[in-house]
Design a protein around this ligand. Structure first.
Ligand SMILES: Cc1cc2nc3c(=O)[nH]c(=O)nc-3n(C[C@H](O)[C@H](O)[C@H](O)COP(=O)(O)OP(=O)(O)OC[C@H]3O[C@@H](n4cnc5c(N)ncnc54)[C@H](O)[C@@H]3O)c2cc1C
Length: 319
């Protein structure tokens, strides 16, 4: 029977949502009859455990210790080592966040467990784990196969979140004796909160270099206002030019989005852009070049000038 373990990520009692994607992926990879254990690490973070106990997992191990109030590499590594030795999971999944980037490479070396980082998809085939990740700035996608125990860190926004459920038994709280950290956190500097979270939106309208200049943005902002639940995002040139803030960038060096509807306006469809949006449920692309690669992933492709198409669409929506 296959045992997958998800390491939940939280800070200050707030669960990182990629944890839910990891549980969803773990459930699929564990397969029918496989078990999914979730490990929660922290101090007095019962709220997180309560939230996890509504997720589709089989058991929760909660390590509660004052040393774990804030993330430190040495204390977390020690906890993971001890829990992995105890639970003996075959596959360990965790979010590919700054914490994930810091923690798992060292753990992988120390425990001699192969690590595949920044995975965008994963599956099990003939007993092996096959995980896909991108190389060379998203130009190539490579499949890695591991036979035996492995750690997979999962790129945020790439997996379906787990459904609701209930673990078969109450969360087991463990206080690891003798846990200490050589490092301590002096404080956090939080970046300014993003005005719009494009990865949570139902509808994403994305503009590309085809809009030509910042002064043309109001037309597309007007379109967004006409569509309930829509937010405005952009391709990298739009962000690099300072026309939209960094938090609005879709793609390999921006955010991965999977909205119900993605509308690409004046975007060519470079691989680095596609990797951030091709998982959208329905894609509409408008481009005046009929050979633009974006049409390969679009459900509806419209060959037109965005400066003609968008005003006409706003006009229709206004009616
Ligand atoms: C390491 C690395 C990371 C990267 N990360 C990202 C990333 O995260 N996100 C990202 O988007 N890119 C990223 N890129 C850049 C990527 O390679 C492309 O350069 C970029 O996606 C192109 O953006 P675009 O489609 O807006 O512009 P272009 O490729 O210039 O395309 C503009 C399109 O608009 C169309 N157009 C022009 N005028 C009109 C009009 N009036 N009406 C209709 N259509 C029109 C054109 O036909 C064209 O297809 C990255 C590149 C590298 C090397």
């Amino acid at each position: 029977m296959s045992e997958a373990m998800v390491v939940a990520q939280q800070r200050g009692g707030e669960l990182n949502e990629t944890t839910l994607e990891c549980i969803g992926a773990a459930r699929e990879i564990a397969g029918a009859g496989g078990r999914v254990t979730v490990l929660a690490v922290g101090h007095r973070t019962e709220g997180v455990v309560a939230r996890l106990s509504e997720c589709d997992c089989d058991s929760i191990v909660y390590v509660d210790n004052p040393v774990l109030q804030d993330y430190t590499y040495d204390a977390y590594r020690e906890v993971l080592k001890r829990v992995i030795e105890r639970v003996k999971p075959e596959i360990i999944l965790a979010p590919y966040t700054s914490l994930g980037m810091d923690l798992y490479p060292g753990l992988s070396v120390e425990m001699d467990i192969p690590l595949i980082s920044d995975c965008i998809s994963m599956k099990r085939e003939d007993g092996k784990v096959i995980a896909r990740r991108q190389l060379y700035g998203g130009k190539i996608e490579a499949d890695y196969s591991v036979d035996g125990r492995c750690i997979l860190t999962v790129r945020p926004g790439t997996q379906r979140k787990c459904g609701s459920g209930r673990p078969s038994k109450a969360a087991e709280t463990v206080d690891l004796a003798g846990l200490h950290a050589r490092t301590s956190v002096v404080g956090y500097e939080t970046p300014p909160k993003e005005d719009v979270e494009i990865d949570k939106a139902r509808i994403v309208i994305s503009v590309g270099r085809g809009i030509e200049k910042k002064e043309n943005l109001p037309l597309f902002e007007d379109l967004v206002r006409h569509i309930d639940g829509a937010v405005l995002a952009g391709s990298r040139p739009v962000i690099d030019s300072g026309w939209l803030p960094k938090g609005r960038q879709v793609g390999v060096s921006g955010k991965t989005v999977k909205p119900k509807l993605y509308i690409a306006l004046g975007i060519s469809g470079a691989i680095q852009h596609l990797s951030g949006m091709s998982g959208s449920e329905f894609i509409v692309a408008v481009n005046r070049d009929r050979d633009a690669p974006i049409f390969k992933v679009a459900n509806v492709g419209i060959v037109d000038d965005i400066f003609k198409f968008v005003p006409a669409l706003i006009n229709q929506l206004g009616k």
